[in-house]
Write a protein that binds this ligand. Structure first.
Ligand SMILES: NC(=O)C1=CN([C@@H]2O[C@H](COP(=O)(O)OP(=O)(O)OC[C@H]3O[C@@H](n4cnc5c(N)ncnc54)[C@H](OP(=O)(O)O)[C@@H]3O)[C@@H](O)[C@H]2O)C=CC1
Ligand SMILES: O=C1O[C@H](COP(=O)(O)O)[C@@H](O)[C@H](O)[C@H]1O
Length: 345
């Protein structure tokens, strides 16, 4: 007999069937079925029929109802119970709703970044922390995992670090996704990738926000309906000092750059990671971690991620609107921020 499920999980329910599922989550899960780590996958979404035309024998579909997950149907399909992992991959506004609805019906629930788009909803998830795990795939890119490990085992010493920079700059636009404002969508990754390694050495390190600038791209007559580019300036507060940082993140700029860098006081790089790894590997790694029989290490715990929500809400609320920029051009305020004594926009 095949030795299925050495993880303790045999089923995965995926809520949402958009880009992150089609390009990253689904290929990862299909591979894990082939490996025998899981047996079956059920996708849930608003569509009456699965948008995936090429279901394998291990794949099922169960549309959501006006009340959310169709628990009766999921139970009939034998998809509920402790052996089930739920991945919440809908647009952000529904993350907490589905996490709360699934709670008590399955063994583990993972929620895509950003956890929620407001502090109150995020804090309401804290009582569910025995089952609910926030996920952020940038933290699971191999170079980022290696960097975080160097901080955890003190190969990279926090005492040497004077400042940090994070870039997640893409040439592509929004495409057909329901994208969050740039602070939440990509700025989020900067905050989590700066906090996670530092927290491995200083559990009390805090995110402090100074100034945020944001803008949206225009392409011909079309203008993105959310901000698509952001520059966040802040610091990580340690017990006795601060580590200032700059995050530059967004879409439709002139050149791709995806890196996290820590510098010393002579402006030399102390440690760095390239985040240019593409495809589904980071999701595959994080799903493997979620399927592990013991307590999974998602790099940041739920309470840490709630701090990222608080930081994101604060920088979004206080963001200075720098107006529009042309698709494919990096606006000058990204590199030399606007003079706040002059009017912006
Ligand atoms: N795209 C990416 O590369 C990454 C995205 N993420 C995160 O994953 C999440 C989803 O992103 P992405 O896939 O790109 O977005 P998409 O807009 O492509 O997909 C969103 C999906 O959620 C579904 N959905 C919306 N509302 C509901 C609801 N009430 N109940 C059930 N399903 C619903 C949509 O269904 P419908 O099509 O019917 O509207 C769609 O399938 C976001 O939080 C994003 O930040 C994380 C990492 C990478
Ligand atoms: O979470 C997100 O990340 C992607 C970038 O991921 P990458 O692995 O290609 O670096 C970004 O395009 C997307 O807007 C955002 O939601």
């Amino acid at each position: 007999m095949k030795n299925i499920c050495n993880s303790g999980f045999k089923n995965v329910i995926v809520i949402g069937t958009g880009e992150v599922v089609a390009k990253r989550v689904r290929p990862s899960l299909q591979l894990l079925v082939i490996e025998g780590l899981i047996e079956r996958i059920c996708y849930c979404d608003l569509h009456q029929k699965s948008p995936f035309k090429d279901h394998t024998a291990a794949e099922f579909y169960c549309p959501v109802t006006t009340k959310g997950l169709d628990l009766k149907n999921l139970s009939r399909l034998d998809f509920l119970g402790q052996e089930t992992l739920v991945l919440v991959c809908t647009s952000t506004a529904y993350h907490a709703f589905y996490a709360k609805q699934a709670y008590g019906h399955v063994g583990r629930i993972a929620v895509e970044k950003p956890l929620t788009d407001d502090i109150t909803t995020a804090e309401a998830l804290l009582p569910l922390e025995d089952t609910v795990y926030p996920i952020g795939h940038q933290l699971f890119k191999q170079e980022m995992l290696d960097l975080t490990k160097r901080f955890a085992n003190k190969t990279t010493s926090l005492s040497k670090i004077a400042r940090a920079e994070f870039d997640l700059l893409e040439t592509r636009g929004i495409d057909n996704r329901q994208v969050d404002p740039a602070t939440w969508d990509v700025g989020w990754h900067g905050l989590e990738c700066l906090l996670a390694p530092i927290r491995k050495q200083d559990r009390l390190a805090l995110l402090e926000l100074h100034r945020t600038f944001s803008g949206s791209y225009t392409r011909g007559n079309e203008q993105a309906d959310v901000s698509t580019l952001t520059r966040i300036e802040g610091a990580i507060g340690l017990e006795d000092r601060q580590i200032p940082f700059v995050i530059r993140a967004g879409k439709a700029v002139a050149t791709e750059q995806k890196t996290v860098r820590f510098y010393d006081d002579q402006d030399r790089i102390v440690d760095e990671a390239s985040l240019s790894e593409s495809g589904s590997d980071a999701h595959e790694r994080l799903i493997r971690e979620l399927l592990s029989p013991g307590e999974p290490d998602m790099q940041l715990d739920l309470d840490h991620v709630i701090e990222v929500v608080i930081a994101c809400e604060s920088c979004t609320f206080n963001s200075i609107d720098c107006g529009t920029y042309e698709f494919g051009c990096t606006p000058s305020w990204m590199n030399s921020p606007v003079d706040l004594s002059l009017p912006v926009g």
